[in-house]
Design a protein around this ligand. Sequence first.
Ligand code: Z5A
Ligand code: MG
Length: 211
Amino acid sequence: MNPLRRGAFIVFEGVDRTGKTTQTRLLFEWLIKNGIKAKLIHFPERSSAIGQVINSYLSNAQDLPDEVIHLMFSANRWEHMKSIQNELLAGTTLICDRYAYSGAAYTVAKGLDFNWCCAPDRGLIKPDAVFYLKAQPEELISRGSYGMERYEKLDFQRKVAKVFDKFCTQESSYWHEFDASQNEEQLQKQIAEKAEEVLKLIPEQSLEKLT
Ligand code: Z5A
Ligand code: MG
């Protein structure tokens, strides 16, 4: 591979249980099998000091004002920005399980202003592509009952879905929607095809920032 060629930054988004973690892993394995240098990352990244606060908030061990936890999710992305940039420039394709769009979607669903929610993430590295796994939250119930984490309630997930839909319409140049109600293999095949298209375009694209 051309050493000057940077890696692609591909983000997966969608409500709970749409299969993001499953599909990021399958895409990662497909890339490696096809000789592409790749790495899996995810947000929240729970191991840092900020990540541990997020973890205790999500597991209901700690309460925080909505604004504070929102800023912590964003700070958790910012603390990994330098390493993300370095990896991409070194030619590693990053497959990322949730990103800034989850940040906005979950806080807007609580009733906070959309623009206020997007503001702290402005300046983060913009993904080359967002793969939006979409299914009605009702359909996803069959994948097991909701767990104990804070946001795992149907009416809340419906509100979150509306914000993802808004992003998908607004950012249509790099958002790609997939029907998450399909089986894992069908979905993986479509995702791999789209990833191949995205990877072909990378040499022509410099890294951009979220605005
Ligand atoms: N959050 C936030 O508020 N602000 C932010 O800035 C960020 C996140 C970044 C934790 O996220 C919470 O943080 C999340 C949003 C909030 N809260 N909620 N809700 P997380 O990413 O750690 O959440 P998670 O615990 O990994 O769940 P998930 O991501 O929602 O699930 P998923 O990754 O989309 O699904 P999965 O784990 O791949 O699959 C779920 C199950 O379905 C599993 O049993 C699979 O075997 C099955 N599955 C997967 N695919 C299929 C298909 N195609 N058919 C049938 N069954 C399937
Ligand atoms: Mg997941």
